[in-house]
Design a protein. Structure first.
Length: 583
């Protein structure tokens, strides 16, 4: 089924275009923040600070290279092609920053590079994301510095069918207008070439401005090249669409996001925004700046992100040259995610060079962030009597066990208690892979609700995971604290598998949840939504199409796919459970 999309994209485009002062800030800050290849090479940390493993590998490593202050005049690169007709492309971009003859961002030895990158990926614990992954923020420093953090982003691709990655980054070496896409058929790496999706490139070039090709812009730039070893290791068959930006205005950021949206909506495609964080303050100041920017990114509000960048840069922090060297690329990712529906940003990992392999007196920050779009409609549960209780196969003993697991999980996560056992025992229903929602209420009001429609885990494990997500990851609310637990009530909705229906007449209000899907857009209502609002079948379907899926309200009559499901909804109140009775 397709990705969720609604009218939020229009609002987000208007919002990003309204960021005050962004164009002036780009002109004033980004111009002097450019480095020549010789300057980049000179920015290596002292060899005494490089780990023994890196020395054995023979690496000359760069912690990062921001568009930082320099005296050279930025190279003004004219866009090179406007395409009337283009011959078949067969060129391969060579590596620019691999090995000591490049700038030592990573080794040019195939075996050593593969071992290093695969080791980084193995060290990342399994990460569970709610919703469909649409974009990542990934650092781009020398691998010994930022590789452990970048691995958190690429580890999310392990169980996903990713066939194409759109790469966007801010140029560190050239100043130019618009978007410079790669003119090559492939990019070389020590692990083998990565194919460029020329059909996608041509699609962008056919748009015209702001897209055009430039070999010179890409020739010596590192921010995209450093992503390729991870791409070859994590999704070796994926193609790439590499593009660089320089100093786009807020209007241009929205325009770029609009142009990329059809590509990102295609199955198997994600966007990767390449950016390091604070450059080059002392450790504590780097952490302060980076945490502030990550908090802003999680809001998914471009205006807040830009304002926080202004705030941090205006504090006069010694040696703070920038907060995000790929600020505009990250804003493109945020805007694109917002356009695709109910978006969420999750910080996967954060460290800086002082934590990995560098000097704490001069640090560069690295953040890994995942941007997802909800594929379900989160909503509070209703009285259990209105739902289909026997569809889940749960007994009352099972329901009580699940409610206790949810509460004990929250106590362990928030207050340091012991995690409950997730052994289903003799219960086949608890051991069965089942989709579910966990809803938290405080003082009778919604406090968090996270769930899914497609089963991935045994129900008892899914409830535990959804409980943590509802408490800590619902973007509508601040994270639940331990002090809140005595006032929290827990509801669980165990969801039956989706069933395709041929006629809207098969949708029964009050019994079924409903999904509509057409042209890559999807909307969902849980079973309790229509009864709570007093809607009949036709009203429910009209509103679902129009407001949730961004489709014409009569799309359900004109070819859209319809799916139904049921839910077994139960709460602590049904069994006199709660904070005082959870043991």
């Amino acid at each position: 089924m397709g990705r969720v999309q609604d009218s939020a994209g229009v609002a987000s485009r208007q919002r990003v275009a309204a960021i005050p002062g962004m164009r002036a800030r780009a002109a004033n800050r980004l111009g002097p923040m450019l480095r020549s290849k010789r300057e980049l090479s000179a920015m290596r940390y002292p060899l005494a600070k490089i780990t023994a493993a890196a020395l054995v590998a023979g690496l000359s490593l760069v912690a990062s290279s921001c568009r930082t202050s320099g005296n050279e005049r930025p190279e003004l690169v004219a866009q090179e092609t406007t395409r009337a007709s283009r011959p078949e492309v067969t060129t391969v971009r060579p590596t620019a920053v691999a090995g000591p003859r490049g700038m030592g961002f990573y080794t040019d030895d195939e075996a050593q590079l593969r071992e290093q990158v695969e080791g980084f990926l193995r060290d990342v614990p399994e990460t569970e994301l709610d919703g469909e992954l649409v974009a990542l923020m990934v650092p781009h420093a020398g691998l010994v510095y930022s590789g452990p953090i970048a691995a958190y982003s690429y580890r999310t691709l392990a169980d996903r069918q990713i066939s194409r990655i759109v790469l966007i980054g801010n140029s560190h070496t050239a100043s130019f207008a618009g978007v410079a896409v790669s003119p090559d058929a492939a990019w070389d790496t020590p692990l083998g070439p990565v194919t460029v999706d020329r059909d996608a490139v041509e699609q962008l070039l056919d748009i015209g401005a702001p897209f055009s090709e430039s070999r010179r812009v890409h020739a010596n730039e590192h921010c995209l090249e450093v992503q390729l070893p991870f791409i070859k290791a994590a999704v070796p068959d994926a193609t790439i669409v590499p593009m660089l930006i320089s100093r786009p205005s807020t209007e241009e950021i929205a325009e770029i996001a609009d142009a990329l949206l059809p590509l990102i909506q295609e199955p198997g495609t994600i966007l990767v925004a390449s950016s390091d964080m604070a450059h080059y303050p002392v450790y504590d100041e780097a952490v302060k700046s980076d945490r502030a920017l990550l908090d802003a990114i999680v809001t998914l509000d471009p205006e807040q992100i830009a304002a926080k960048d202004d705030e941090m840069m205006g504090q006069g922090v010694k040696e703070l040259h920038c907060t995000l060297c790929g600020l505009e690329s990250v804003l493109v990712a945020v805007t694109t995610a917002n356009q695709m529906g109910d978006a969420k940003a999750t910080v996967l990992d954060y460290r800086n060079s002082g934590d990995t392999a560098g000097d704490k007196g001069r640090c560069v920050g690295y953040g890994a962030v995942a941007f997802t779009v909800a594929n379900t409609e989160d909503a509070p549960s209703v009285e259990s009597g209105t739902q289909t209780r026997d569809a889940s196969g749960l007994t009352d003993a099972d329901r009580i066990r699940l409610l206790k697991v949810a509460r004990q999980t929250l106590e362990a996560e928030l207050d340091g208690g012991d995690m409950p056992s997730l052994d289903p025992g003799d219960s086949a229903a608890l051991a069965k892979e089942t989709a579910c929602f966990v809803t938290l209420k405080m003082d009778g009001k919604l406090r968090g609700c996270i769930g899914e429609l497609e089963p991935r885990d045994p129900l008892i494990k899914a409830v535990s995971g959804r409980a943590i997500a509802a408490a800590l990851q619902d973007p509508r609310f601040r994270p639940v604290k331990a002090r809140d637990l005595p006032k929290i009530d827990i509801d669980i909705s165990a969801v039956t598998p989706l069933r395709r229906i041929d006629s809207a007449e098969e949708f029964i209000v009050g019994k079924h949840g409903i999904v509509v899907s057409q042209g890559g857009r999807r909307g969902v209502f849980l079973p309790q939504v229509a009864p709570e609002q007093g809607w009949d079948r036709e009203t429910t379907l009209d509103i679902l199409c129009r407001d949730k899926a961004g489709l014409p309200e009569d799309a359900w009559k004109t070819g859209a796919e319809l799916w139904v499901f049921s839910a077994d909804v139960f709460s602590e109140g049904d069994f006199d459970l709660g904070p005082a009775n959870a043991d």
